[in-house]
Design a protein around this ligand. Structure first.
Ligand code: SF4
Length: 352
């Protein structure tokens, strides 16, 4: 089954196309001190290595906005500046050549200031993400905080850009409440055709945040909504990128990369399935081959249960086997399971 994408307009950030029929991209955000250029550049390059296509950095003050061009000279992927409260930071960042900015409608509220940003963004032709987020909604103006107020908040900003006849926008409407997020995106998609950045805000820790994000984003993506995604996790942002690809891979949207499946283990388990599967997953992250790998805990049922896997291993207390599509290839030593599998997968041949 193929997911039918909701039609959005196409915008560009540097050379990266977003929306229209461009591939859905995975983005992330740095979490090191933006005032340290070496630290920020190192983290951005690590994110790029993991597959991140667009990176956002916080620009908390004018000083940080002044570093934009030097940061950009040290990285290859497009850079988006995250601006809160102070419109002058946005103007400075645009003047310094930032590829894109994200504005939070909840905390830059004066129309004349937003107009200034819109005029400058238009002049420099940079795409702006209008990113509403439930935590920063104007509570004096909106008594109830829900999908509709998220929508209203974002529409206020959009209309100011549209008044300036500027349409290179990306929109996000995030809540930490999965259902409110889904409702907001569904409603918005009927109102405008701007590309959608989707995610669940403040999703949580690596484990629960990834689950929450997968549920919310999975539903939206299944409905064809979402042109760029970020899995917000309270951990090293590199994990956000891996999680993003996993979500896309699970829905058949992203078709490259190793998909490691593993049995849940039971009383028959003869090898350390969890450890082996984790190592294989980590070591094969750079492989772009579309391949399914199984790690199964017993020889009796493992190969049959993982018939759909292109290659797999299964083991008992005494021996281990390598199998393809459920059929035995060869017996292997129990302490050679990982190396035999990796060797097959060609990760030692730099297939990155
Ligand atoms: Fe248990 Fe074997 Fe099935 Fe794994 S493959 S869950 S060890 S029966």
């Amino acid at each position: 089954m193929k997911i039918k994408r909701h039609k959005t307009r196409r915008v560009k950030i540097k050379n990266l196309a977003i929306g229209g029929n461009a591939p859905i991209i995975v983005e992330s955000m740095t979490n090191v001190d933006v005032h340290s250029v070496p630290k920020i550049a190192r983290q951005i390059n690590q994110l790029e290595e993991a597959g991140c296509k667009l990176v956002r950095i916080s620009l908390p003050d004018i000083k940080s906005a002044r570093l934009v061009s030097i940061i950009q000279s040290k990285i290859k992927i497009p850079l988006m500046g995250d601006i809160h409260f102070d419109y002058q930071i946005a103007l400075e960042a645009i003047d310094r050549g930032i590829n894109s900015i994200r504005l939070n409608p909840g905390n830059i509220r004066q129309k004349d200031k937003i107009k200034l940003i819109a005029t400058k963004a238009k002049e420099k032709n940079i795409t702006v993400r209008i990113g509403a987020n439930v935590g920063s909604i104007n509570r004096t103006k909106y008594k109830k905080i829900n999908a509709d107020t998220l929508l209203k908040s974002v529409m206020e900003h959009i209309s100011l850009f549209e008044k300036e006849k500027y349409y290179n926008l990306i929109v996000s409407l995030k809540s930490s409440d999965v259902l409110a997020t889904i409702e907001a995106y569904q409603k918005f998609s009927k109102m405008r055709d701007y590309p959608l950045h989707i995610g669940i805000t403040e999703a949580g820790t690596k484990f629960s945040g990834a689950i929450k994000s997968s549920v919310g984003m999975g539903i939206l993506l299944y409905q064809g909504l979402g042109d760029t995604i970020r899995v917000s996790l309270a951990c090293d942002p590199v994990a956000e990128v891996y999680a993003g690809y996993k979500i896309l891979q699970s829905l058949g949207i992203y078709k490259q990369g190793v998909d490691v499946i593993a049995c849940p283990t039971c009383g028959r388990t003869g090898i350390d399935v969890e450890k082996i599967a984790n190592i294989i997953e980590q070591k094969t992250r750079g492989i772009r081959k579309n391949i399914k790998v199984a790690v199964m805990g017993c020889i009796v049922n493992g190969p049959g249960e993982a018939k759909e896997a292109d290659i797999g291993v299964a083991g008992s207390q005494k021996e281990a086997i390598l199998f393809k599509k459920g059929k035995l290839v060869k017996k292997i030593k129990r302490d050679k399971i990982i190396s035999e599998l990796l060797s097959y997968l060609g990760s030692d041949l730099n297939t990155k």
